[in-house]
Structure formats: structure tokens, C-alpha cells
Design a protein around this ligand. Sequence first.
Ligand code: GLN
Ligand code: ZN
Length: 774
Amino acid sequence: MTAPSPSFPVGTILGYPRIGPARELKRAVEAYWAGSLELVELERIAADLRRSTRARLVALGLGTTDSSIPESFSFYDQVLDAAVAVGAFPARFARLRDDDGAIGLDAAFTAARGDGENAPLEMTKWFDTNYHYLVPEIGPETVFAVSATRFADQVAEARDEGYVTRPVIVGPVTLLALAKATDAAPAGFSPLQRLEDLLPVYVELLAALRNAGAEWVQLDEPALVSETLPDDARELADAAARAYAVLGAATDRPAILVAAPYAQLSPNAWAVLASAPVEAIAIDLTRGAVPAATPGLAGKTVVAGVIDGRNVWRGDLAGAWSRLDELRTLGAGAVAVATSTSLQHVPHDLAVETDLCPRLRSWLAFADQKVGQVAVLARGLREGAGSIAAALAEASGALDDRRGAPGVSDGRIRARQAALTTADFVRAEYAERRIAQDATLALPALPTTTIGSFPQTADIRQIRARHDRGDLTTAEYEDLLRLEITTVIGLQEELGLDVLVHGEPERNDMVQYFAENLGGFAVTRNGWVQSYGSRATRPSILWGDVSRPAPITVRWSRFAQDLTDRPVKGMLTGPVTILAWSFVRDDQPLAETADQVALALRDEIRDLEAAGIGIIQVDEPALRELLPLKRADHPAYLAWSVGSFRLATGGAASATQVHTHLCYSEFAVVIDAIAALDADVTSIEAARSRGDVIDDIADSGFTHGVGPGVYDIHSPRVPSVTEVQELIERATGQLPLRQVWINPDCGLKTRAYPETVASLRNLVEATRLARERI
Ligand code: GLN
Ligand code: ZN
């Protein structure tokens, strides 16, 4: 750098939600896609959002011109934005580039969503969060070139309004580490091999940002904390050393903050960043200890992520302050305070949640409140501990109040947990269960079933909305649900499926429905969090000990079972998934909370059995999702997650057939865990990986029932009878016949009826033909 580096702001956040406090961006983007909003209008709404975000952040205590405001807006996804900015765009969409090669907003949207003929970029989970990013495709043939100026434009837009903001961009190492090789790439190619070609483009990008008025840039490098990426940690740290040597040496650039959120940096990666020629490093101190002192830090700012960017708790502000204090002994040039991650993982503002109980509210902090917390700690850093003593005491008071509040700790639930023994986690031997189940269920070979939900039609969504608004009484609403269940059962009988489902019409969402019916949870009105693109979810808040005031699913399952002679599966969501898709209390280990959910489900299973339900499915699609980023944490995670499933199902009679459903195809990764669940039947996604999963199952020696999905429900495409037959044959060719179940690869709720009926008809026909051959 030519000029001396500007000092880093004392307090900042690593990113802010971009969906808008009233989901303005979602509405605008979807209206644009639907053709009812012009591009200029969309751009105007987005600019308005960015403008109000900046003003809001200043009002909450960040500085106008000190680069403390992150410029972290995205129309769809930050990884897509970075890929677009460097020109990493799939060849199949190349025709959508402008004449000068630039990749405009429409082209980017098409890459994100597909165009009917060409598949979109794959989507996958962003580290261990519920956010999903688009996977860039990079091969030896990818030509990197700066092809978007959006980042610079936004800095300039802010500057015109009198702000100096800090653009936030996914860094080069993480961009490559998250990318997958293009189809054209030879075997053994890894996108990280293209680092040296990519860096000059980042150098150019930095110059453009500097030119637009940026004094600081934030390069996000969460790949450096992960141990679950294909490239190993050492390779990534080496790549970071090379990358930041080059970017740091650039002469025309803003000062660089490298952010490493989501977990603790390994000592190696920490040493690499500490000695790199960058000006600031942000580390996540909510998920890791204060790192060791290291010489390279003297001239740098360490940005301490002490305010949790991923949960909604007001938390321990005094504790955060003492971590900051501890950090001051590291020998860094300066210490600043920040959120641990971007705030994109939490809802905008708690203030609008006027329906929440005020006491619970006083324990919570959404994005805006967390910005306020950062501002408090920043004041402490500037003016001394005395200046924030009152604020710290107030936060500690709220924490004390939470600790002692009724419901946070329920003596009866605690006593029940304390009395658990190993026997509670173990069912009878599988062989014995199998005999009991064969006798009571009498299913044909290759039993057919579905994963639980039937299409959630516009009609169903509408009656739910009318009931929520009070336009339908509960009695009227429930009559309509019973009508729907009756139709769905009739349809399945007509199709000739063997194990039926009630279709889940009463559920808005497979987690929220249970959260609404269990004690210890609260639901928000407007607590939306971006899940991917224009999609947002509204996680429930698990704040207290979990109880089940009354049976939840029993009357629906019993109603469905009374309509038919065929078995109807009871349908529950498992403890890990309920935790994964909620904001979970941070005052006790997840393992304990999971066991509480498990006990509630255990009671539900007992009641389902008593109501005559002989098959019960406990869905755990999130089992893989919560897998920690650090390998050392895997055994403990798998122990408690599997344990909670076994606690939930451990009381089921031998004759009760327990099913589970897992929503992904990386069977090999967690095969031991899947086997340890000890479910009688496991259905998994397999259709998209063309049956490779079947090989993995066969290789693994898995002995229980298994339903590798025979068609992909994520698209409206109807599989042909032959296609399904091929997959069935592949399964029966490699697995003992008695093990194989035939089912779609996930629930049908996002599908429409015409393709659902056609697909299931072909599934049943293919099964009939397969049975004829045995
Ligand atoms: N039973 C749920 C359904 O069918 C499972 C959904 C899921 O796996 N995500 O919708
Ligand atoms: Zn699924």
C-alpha cells in the first residue's frame, strides 16, 4: 500500500441480513422473476434497502465514515456474487453474458435457478448453518476476469450518500474451496489448483474498490476454519499464505480484513494469517478460545467476534467483554469488537415481536439488538470499562433472570432425564423385531411407501392462512384437513401403495409444527432468516425444558388408519432435526436439549402405538447438517445425535416398525451413524446420484431395511416405469431382497398432484414388474 493504513473501526459487524425487515427483497425479486416488476424497479428497491440499512446501522451505533458499516447486500447469494465478480460462470450459461463478457443480474439469476433446459448451479449448505449457497463450477478451462462492478458500485453509491462503507466479499481461498470441478475437468482436478490464476483478478477487484472510495475491504475466508471440505486444512492454510502474500503486496488496494468465522482457526491457519501482509483479522470467539500470541500481530488489528452472529440470545455481555480484555494481551496492534459471523443468520429486529412474552423477549437479541451490543462493547474499548458498566450489569441481570425463570428448568423433566439408563436407548435385537413385525404387518416383498407429505396445494395453504386469520374456525379447518386426509388415503389405495401416509396437511413445516405443540418453544411473527435465494424460514426459539402437554399427531394418524386396512405410518420429526432448524438455548449442551425432545417424542410414539399405529417414521433429514466443522468434534456429536434418536424410539415395541428418513445421499459419510440409529427401515435420497448410494449401502454391510429413493422429487419430471425398474433391479441385485423398500427420495409437499400421481403410478407398476421376476 502506498498510503498508511487507516485504522480499523473499534466496533463492527461482519454482515447484516439482506432480505429486508419486511422481506422486501424476497417480494421484489420474486415479482421480478414473475414478470410483474421491472428491472429498474427491482434495482431501486434494492438500493432503498441498502440505504435504509446504512442509516439503521448508524442509528444503532456504527460509524458513518469509519468503514464500520459492512456493504453486504446480495440479491441472491454471496458466493454467487463472488463467482460472478471474477467471471467464474458455467459454460452452459455463457450465452447470457453481455457483449463485453460482463455477467448481468439476469444471467446470475438464471445460473441460480436454471432455465428449464440447463440445470442451475448446485446448492449446498454454508458451513454448519442453515444457509445454502450456490456451488461455483471451476475447471482448468475457466477464464477468470473481473466481470462485475457491483461491489464497487455499492461502495460508490454509499459514498454519494456520505458514507464510507466496507465491502464484504468471499475471499479467493474460500471461493475455490467451495467450488466444484466442472464436468470438463480431468479426474484429480481441484479448483484450488487455479488459485494463482484467480489472484490477479482479486487484485484488480481490490483496485476497483479502492477507486470507488473503499478504505477497508472484508474478505471472508471461513474455509480456513473448516475440516470438512475436500481440500485438507493444511492445503487451505498454504493457499491462504500464497493468496494473501499476493493480495497484500498489491499497491492499489484498500486495507484488508480477513474474516475467519464459524469456528476456531487451527493454530497453523492462525499463524499464517497473523504473519500475512494484511491489516486486520477477524476471528470467531464464540466457538473457540483466544488464540496464542504470535509475533506477526504487532501491526494488525484483531477483530474479536464475541457477539454470536448465529443465535438469538442476548447472552453474556460481561463475558464477551472479558474475552476482549483477554485478547488485549495478545500483542496485536489493536483490538476491535465484532459479531462472530455475519448477522445474515438471525432475524432483523426483535422490537416487532410484540406477541412474544416480554420476559422471554428480554433474554433475546436479533440482528439490530446485536449491533447495539457491539456498539456497547466498542464504547467500552474506547472509553474504558467504567463507561459500559451499567449496560453490562443490565445484560447480566437478564441472564440471571433467564437462569431462574420457570420453564427454563423443569424439575420433573430433569428428574426423568437423570433417571435414564442405557436400557432406555436399546430396543430388542433386530432379528427378534423383524420376526414380530413380519407377523403383524404381513407386507409383500419390495414394500412400496412414500416419505410422508403429499402435495401442499394452494388450497391447503389457503385454508391454513384463513384459519390463522380467524376466517375459519378450528372446527371448520380440521374438517377440511380430514377431508384432505381422506382423499390422500383413497388415492394411495387406488394407486396400490403398501404402506400409506396421512399426507401431513396439518403441518406448515415439519419442525415448526412440533415447536408449536411442544412446551419450551416460542414462535415468532416475523423472525425470518434467509435460507437460500429468495427463500426464508422462520425458526422457532427453543428457550426452555421441552415437554409435551398433549399428544400431537395421534388423532390425525388414527383418523387416517381408521380409513383403511393397510398400515398407515405415523410421522414424527426427530430431535436432531428439530434442534437444527430452531434457535436453540445456549445455556446447556445440545445433547441435553436433544434428549428432552427425544423424551417428548418417546411419549408420542407410545401414544401412537396405543392408537393402533404399527409403523412410525422419525425423520432426521438434518442428521448430516449439524455435523461439526471440526473432526475432533464428530464422535461426540454422533454419540448424542444418534443417542437422542434411540431414546425417542427406544420404547417402541418389537412389533412396531420404526422408520427414519434422511434427506441426502452422502450415505458413506455417516453410514456408521445410520446403522447406529437402529431404525428398522431407513429411506434416503438416491435418485439423483443414479443409484451410487445403493453401492455404498451394499459395501457398508448395512443389514436393516432400506429404501434408496427411486425417483427425484425435487423436479416435476415423471420417471418412466423402466427407469424405476432399473433402480429397483440395481438395488435387488446388490442387496438381499428382504432389505429393499421402494419409495420416492423425499416428501411430496412441494410437488403438484398430476406429476405426483403419474410418478407414483409408475413406481407401483415398476415394483409389480420387479415382483414378478422374483
Ligand atoms: N416427512 C417429511 C415429508 O415427507 C420429510 C421431509 C424431509 O425429509 N425434509 O415432507
Ligand atoms: Zn427428505
